[in-house]
Write a protein that binds this ligand. Structure first.
Ligand code: CTP
Ligand code: MG
Length: 230
């Protein structure tokens, strides 16, 4: 039985949260690491649950933590918790398997983007509702980007104006995401990449600085500062 958040919502949000957080350094699975006294996953799920279109939330937790994550999130929002897999893509596929066929919009949202505002979740969902099969939030790239060879010799400078830095939530028509995952051969770090490989159009909507991914120790410090601003 899947726990519903809002019967009138038309969106399911999958929250991959099963990663180890190796780049954050020692301290256990990243989704359970604390930011201002609360696990990243709690921050993330609270914001997802505040988005008015969301009917269902499915979290992919570290396999050893499924019961602990259920207990952790019970006071935050009604959520379904499944065991994640060894790769992000597998975690997403396991969460996707919990979404009933009558939900037509599915978003995939990293627990590590713990401060993503509910407005961004709504704007991605709205673009899918408007007819786009795959929608991703993106920001312009600020650094100059170089292409290098294996010896770190610069081969050239990439035209920054055509590059985007991509975030989550990534939104999809349910059938499009399911078909992309079913056809997936290689492991990719985002779901839109699977849809691109399937030859479907993916469009960008404006992302948010608050949707930054907490990856390295400095990101935790930045996230805490952002939290204090809000
Ligand atoms: N994720 C997941 N299952 C995996 C790997 C990653 O659900 N097998 C999730 C992470 O929990 C995170 C999101 O995918 O919310 C983005 O991954 P990333 O930022 O790379 O997190 P980790 O894999 O935990 O970090 P690292 O790569 O540093 O170990
Ligand atoms: Mg990872």
């Amino acid at each position: 039985m899947t726990a519903q958040l809002r019967a009138r919502g038309d969106v399911a949000v999958l929250v991959p949260a099963a990663g180890a957080g190796l780049r954050l350094g020692p301290g256990g699975p990243k989704a359970l690491r604390l930011l201002a006294g609360e696990p990243l996953l709690v921050h993330a799920v609270r914001r997802v649950a505040a988005a008015p279109s969301v009917r269902l939330i499915v979290v992919a937790a570290p396999a050893a933590e499924v019961e602990a994550v259920r207990e952790l999130l019970a006071p935050v929002a009604p959520v379904t918790v499944v065991a994640g897999g060894a790769e992000r893509q597998e975690s997403v596929a396991r969460a996707l398997a919990q979404v009933p066929a009558d939900i037509e919009i599915v978003l995939v949202h990293d627990a590590a983007r713990a401060l993503t505002p509910p407005d961004l979740i709504e704007s991605v969902a709205a673009a899918v509702r408007d007819g786009h099969p795959a929608v991703i939030p993106a920001l312009p790239v600020v650094d100059t980007i170089k292409e290098v060879d294996p010896g770190e010799t610069v081969l050239g400078t990439v035209d920054r104006s055509v590059l985007r830095s991509v975030q989550t939530p990534q939104g999809f028509r349910h059938d499009v995401l399911a078909a992309a995952h079913a056809a997936a051969a290689d492991h990719l770090t985002d779901d839109a990449g699977l849809v691109e490989k399937a030859g479907r159009p993916v469009i960008c909507v404006p992302g948010s600085e608050l949707a930054m991914k907490i990856t390295r120790p400095l990101d935790l410090i930045l996230a805490e500062a952002l939290l204090n601003l809000g």
